[in-house]
Ligand binder design. Structure first.
Ligand SMILES: [Zn+2]
Length: 377
């Protein structure tokens, strides 16, 4: 009976209630889901025996008996995320709570050759075998790439930032033997920020790295548009007939707010740029940053006008923005006639792992949504 219950829709509903919310007592679960107390108890026992749920202490007493609280077990399953960028390869292993179990970051330029893919496979395999003696706990591996993808998450539709071969899925299949799929880098990073920050309302993620991209997330759901090209904010026209963008157009946001607009002055080194900026002694660097923020403020104001929601400054530049947030909020809000408070603008939580973590989220999302049934996709 218990085995049957562990696989029932009721168990799935209890599991999702605990995953998405706070810890609950069996009485709260029974009332919230409108199921009897004996069924709730039997399902909880099954979930606990399966290692998916555990007791989490007792509720604060408000008179009467204290009740045992239950919560989901983050370490019951894992997913891996790989982020392939022009110059770096990042690999993370996260649990169901997006806690990072292990992370690796290599400075290695992307090249579509056996040497690159073998390095990727070796590092990946090393991480999985060191951390997960039981491979059945690994749900799958999401791979973040700076390209536009087809609906199947295997087909590459548009790749200019890195020369990703159009048959990359079949190439990588001989190197990675776990289930894997590809995800757009900015969408992945936005998803990671949204899940980790527990945003319940919608948010815009603006990725400011060597290229500029973005994502719109409502709750836990990504908006991708009709052709998987939604939120390509980097190619909004910021300055008519302005600087040439790598996409072929002129005046795109990308041409003004790429991280290269800063690192061109420090030999490609973003940390060095912000180190110099922090000293406050280099007027040239301060001017460059000031001008960068002016352009960024136009873009952020436009996004606020369109979406009326929180905006996270992410990507490599976003990782340094916490120290300059007040300054930037003032700039952005000056452009907005409707508001006088820039608190909707945030700096990102993750410094470098957002895209890799976000790519892994797909498998976690599928597991939780479909539990206890077979994963789809
Ligand atoms: Zn462009």
């Amino acid at each position: 009976m218990d085995e049957y219950l562990a696989k029932s829709k009721t168990s799935g509903d209890i599991y999702r209630l605990l995953y998405y919310g706070a810890s609950c007592s069996r009485q709260e679960i029974s009332q919230t889901l409108d199921i009897s107390l004996p069924t709730t108890t039997r399902c909880l026992n099954s979930l606990c025996n399966a290692g998916l749920v555990k007791s989490a202490g007792e509720s604060q007493s408000t008179g009467g008996r204290k009740a045992t609280l239950y919560e989901y077990v983050p370490q019951a399953r894992y997913a891996a995320g790989i982020d392939i960028t022009r110059n770096h390869l990042s690999i993370v292993l996260v649990d169901l709570g997006l806690n990072i179990l292990d992370t690796r970051r290599l400075r290695i330029p992307f090249e579509a050759n056996d040497q690159y893919f073998s390095t990727l496979a070796r590092e990946y395999e090393d991480m999985i075998s060191q951390n997960l003696p039981d491979r059945s706990c690994l749900l799958g591996t999401g791979i973040s790439v700076p390209v536009l993808l087809g609906d199947d998450h295997k087909t590459i539709n548009y790749a200019t930032v890195i020369p990703l071969p159009f048959n990359i899925y079949s190439i990588l299949s001989s190197y990675i033997h776990e289930p894997f799929l590809f995800f757009n880098d900015s969408n992945s990073a936005g998803l990671a920020e949204s899940w980790r920050g527990h945003y319940t309302s919608s948010l815009i993620y603006l990725s400011l790295s060597s290229s500029v991209g973005g994502a719109y997330i409502n709750g836990r759901t990504l908006y991708i548009g009709d052709h998987n090209r939604g939120c390509e904010f980097g190619h909004m026209a910021l300055i008519p007939h302005g600087k040439k963008c790598y996409c072929g157009s002129y005046g795109c946001l990308d041409a003004y707010c790429t991280a290269n607009a800063l690192t061109d002055f420090t030999d490609g080194n973003l940390k060095e740029f912000f180190d110099i900026l922090k000293t406050g002694n280099n007027q040239g660097i301060r001017n460059v940053f000031d001008s960068y923020l002016d352009y960024l403020a136009i873009a952020v104001n436009n996004l606020r006008m369109c979406f009326d929601c929180n905006i996270i400054l992410g990507g490599n530049v976003g990782a340094y923005m916490a120290d300059y947030l007040d300054l930037f909020r003032k700039k952005a809000i000056k452009l907005n006639p409707f508001e006088n408070d820039g608190s909707f603008i945030h700096a990102c939580h993750y410094r470098t792992e957002a895209s890799a973590v976000g790519a892994a989220i797909y498998y976690i999302d599928q597991f939780v949504k479909n539990f206890p049934y077979e994963m789809q996709g």
